[in-house]
Design a protein around this ligand. Structure first.
Ligand code: ZN
Length: 445
């Protein structure tokens, strides 16, 4: 029996330029697929009243490391050197303490957190695949959560015995052959994490997307070397893209590459000013990522606001205007595009999600405006980007299935998840032999 649901009477931001937006519109979903948008769609479907609410595609997070959820905020004070040193080098490195069970609860809690905040797709850079069991635990947790996920299978790093990289990248051959590697079509595989010839060659040969950290100019130069070998293409997404030279930007543009910017984490770690404007200037599709929850909150309201202010904060001041070409200010709608269809392009799932386009899968969020931080809504994109927070996320649908309704996740014991994460955090610290930093700072560790 088919299921038909009509989201009726909302302010609909389709994020599809051919369809446009509706001040009052309906979205019809059948068997997990968006089938029609319009006004006053008469139907025999189950009706959900969305009067006065904002209906839009779920957000797409193009860069995240969900396994780190138990380490939430641990590196709030960190600069990049602290983060890398304490996470993966030496006997006290926190990542090296992860068991498959720690990975499971980190991934599960992270997936739920994203769903609850209106993010329906996450590109998850595993980075904790010490053994195939770690990888399997990550995939199992993602499948259970109901999140749409591009699992970017990546190596672990640093001083570790046995070497942490033995399962990567060749274990990808096992993963692509697993009959249940994809859960209900929601989990897709990709490769990560470096600008690395073997990795890019493997991705190309297997027909998988590749997500590469490009943290500075040297990685950018390495990227250009891969370009000379014909290894770059539209299947690649470049993360951070800090300090790149003009020739690297041109290589990314020419080969159809996508860019993921983690506007909060990059600045928090002191990695440099995010290169949003350079990507815009080269007309390269931009998407937003949140990177690690150990550094910054993964909710997209924080991220959208940060990136919006970042671009506007970089506009020429009136006193210096005229010194160069005028830079057009981004509008809140531009930011919403990055958070939805831009993210879907960077995640290589824009044929499935990212806009409310008939034929795409029904990944939809409903935002409550009957709240003191949202009403009255005079400008819908502005309300989402500059006013709202995760508390406005009333309902979340992934692949046509409701995972959050009336502001609550469905079918999940959130208290149990929080307890498991707290236990994991304590275990990780104990195994690493580090004392807690509750009232101090990771910089004083
Ligand atoms: Zn990262």
């Amino acid at each position: 029996m088919s299921s038909r649901v009509l989201l009726r009477g909302g302010v609909v931001l389709s994020m599809d330029p051919d369809i446009g937006d509706f001040d009052t519109g309906d979205v019809l979903v059948e068997d997990g697929q968006i089938v029609q948008l319009g006004r006053d769609l008469g139907t025999d479907a189950e009706v959900r009243d969305c009067t006065g609410k904002i209906v839009l595609p779920g957000f797409v997070n193009s860069h995240h490391h969900m396994f780190q959820t138990a380490l939430r905020g641990y590196w709030s004070d960190a600069l990049a050197v602290d983060y890398f040193q304490q996470s993966r080098f030496g006997p006290n490195a926190l990542f090296h303490q992860y068991t498959p069970e720690d990975v499971y609860w980190g991934q599960f809690g992270g997936a739920l957190e994203n769903l609850a905040a209106g993010t329906t797709t996450v590109v998850d850079t595993s980075q904790c695949s010490y053994t195939p069991e770690h990888t399997d635990a990550a995939l199992e947790a993602i499948r259970r959560s109901g999140l749409r996920c591009v699992f970017s299978f990546s190596p672990a790093f640093g001083d570790h015995v046995p070497p942490p990289s033995y399962a990567h990248p060749h274990d990808i051959h096992r993963l692509v052959d697993l009959p249940d590697a994809v859960g209900g079509g929601l989990v897709r595989l990709a490769l990560g994490y470096h600008v690395d010839e073997e990795l890019f060659r493997l991705a190309r040969d297997l027909g998988l997307p590749v997500f590469a950290h490009v943290n500075d100019m040297n990685f950018g130069r390495a990227l250009e070397t891969l370009d000379e070998q014909g290894l770059l293409g539209p299947w690649a997404t470049y993360i951070h893209c800090l300090g790149l030279e003009e020739s690297t930007w041109k290589a990314i543009k020419r080969t159809g590459g996508k860019v993921s910017i983690s506007g909060v984490a990059e600045q928090s770690l002191g990695m440099g000013r995010p290169t949003l404007q350079a990507a815009l200037d080269h007309q390269i599709p931009v998407s937003l990522g949140t990177d690690a929850v150990s550094i910054a909150a993964p909710d997209f309201f924080s991220q959208m606001r940060a990136i919006y202010l970042l671009q506007r904060g970089g506009l020429p001041h009136a006193a210096t205007a005229g010194a160069g070409e005028p830079v057009p200010p981004l509008l809140t709608r531009d930011i919403l595009e990055m958070a939805t269809i831009g993210g879907a392009q960077a995640a290589h799932v824009d044929h499935l999600v990212g806009s409310l386009t008939p034929g795409k899968r029904a990944d939809i969020i409903v935002l409550n405006t009957r709240a003191l931080n949202a009403g009255p809504v005079n400008h819908a994109p502005g309300a989402v980007v500059t006013m709202m927070d995760t508390g406005n996320v009333e309902a979340v649908m992934v692949d046509g299935r409701l995972v959050k309704d009336n502001g609550r996740l469905l079918g999940v014991d959130v208290d149990e998840v929080l307890d498991r994460l707290a236990g994991s955090a304590a275990d990780l610290a104990a195994r690493a032999g580090v004392s807690d930093i509750l009232l101090t700072s990771c910089r004083e560790r």
